[in-house]
Design a protein around this ligand. Structure first.
Ligand code: HEM
Length: 260
């Protein structure tokens, strides 16, 4: 028998994976589930693209890397836009089933943490909540141990013959990316000499900004839906989320621009 659309996409599994906790099911809960599932699928794709991006940067394939970053950005923009859909749910609509979420929260999205680690926000404290999920823990530990996109970018710039500071090239990749003034000096110089690096830098900044946009839209969505109630994941809610805003993955790429 020839392969069918349903078989290829495993639609039986995909379409039977939405299980409302409310009983009888509250109308808006299906939307809440589907939107989170859609986000997780896109996070999966972003991680897949990030792996290719790392390879392309390592191979010095600047234009390939730029193409991949463009795709990653378009996906991020789509993720940001999807908040519009969930914002059609009123606070009352959400409160009808919120209690049934128990402690479940996007806080526990391990793919989101992976994406943060891949980009440069390494934070081993994030692992604690996954201690009862050995496979997830192993995934996150692997991510902590591997170089970030910032490291791949720095190596790519160095391979083009630019004197990337040793403190950047030899940094401990298990640690968060921090600002480096010598790197900013180099970027200031290279930015006016190497057009391919300029393109790379601008797409990296697009990605960084795109991710921050997601955080901002998420906080506003949360604020209009639950006000200042604490989160189901155990944080203070909006107050915690506000603290995650405006923290770039690639601080040097933002910092050096004031000199241009
Ligand atoms: C009405 C909708 C939503 C509400 C009220 C909400 C609420 C919250 C709250 C209060 C937190 C803080 C952690 C905690 O639970 O204590 C949080 C974190 C988070 N949420 Fe949402 N959320 C919503 C929709 C979404 C959607 C659609 C996604 C997509 C995956 C998402 C992903 C996340 C992520 C990744 C975090 C962790 C952020 C971080 O630690 O930086 N949330 N959410």
């Amino acid at each position: 028998m020839s392969l069918t659309y349903s078989d290829y996409l495993h639609l039986d599994r995909v379409l039977s994976s939405q299980h409302e906790q409310s009983s009888p099911p509250e109308h808006d809960e299906l939307l809440f589930i589907i939107i989170h599932q859609a986000y997780e699928l896109w996070f999966k794709q972003e991680l897949h693209e990030a792996a290719l991006l790392a390879k392309r940067l390592d191979a010095g394939d600047t234009f390939g890397a730029i193409g991949t970053m463009r795709r990653m950005l378009v996906i991020l923009k789509t993720l940001v836009q999807q908040t519009d859909i969930l914002e059609t749910m009123t606070p009352v609509g959400f409160s009808r089933f919120r209690d049934r979420l128990d402690t479940a929260s996007g806080f526990q999205s391990y793919q989101f943490r992976e994406f943060e680690f891949v980009c440069g926000h390494k934070d081993p404290r994030r692992l604690a909540m996954f201690r009862d999920m050995p496979e997830v823990l192993a995934r996150l530990e692997r991510r902590i141990a591997e170089p970030t996109l910032w490291d791949h970018f720095a190596r790519c710039v160095a391979a083009r013959g630019h004197a990337v500071p040793a403190e950047v090239l030899e940094r401990d990749v298990t640690q968060p990316v921090v600002e480096c003034e010598a790197m900013q000096d180099l970027l200031y110089d290279v930015y006016r000499r190497d057009k391919e690096v300029v393109l790379l830098v601008e797409r990296m900044v697009d990605l960084d900004e795109g991710f921050q946009e997601f955080r901002y839209r998420h906080v506003k969505m949360v604020e209009r839906t639950i006000g200042d109630k604490p989160g189901t994941g155990g944080s203070s809610g909006v107050e915690y989320l506000r603290r995650t805003l405006f923290t770039p993955f690639f601080p040097d790429l933002w910092r050096f621009r004031s000199r241009l």
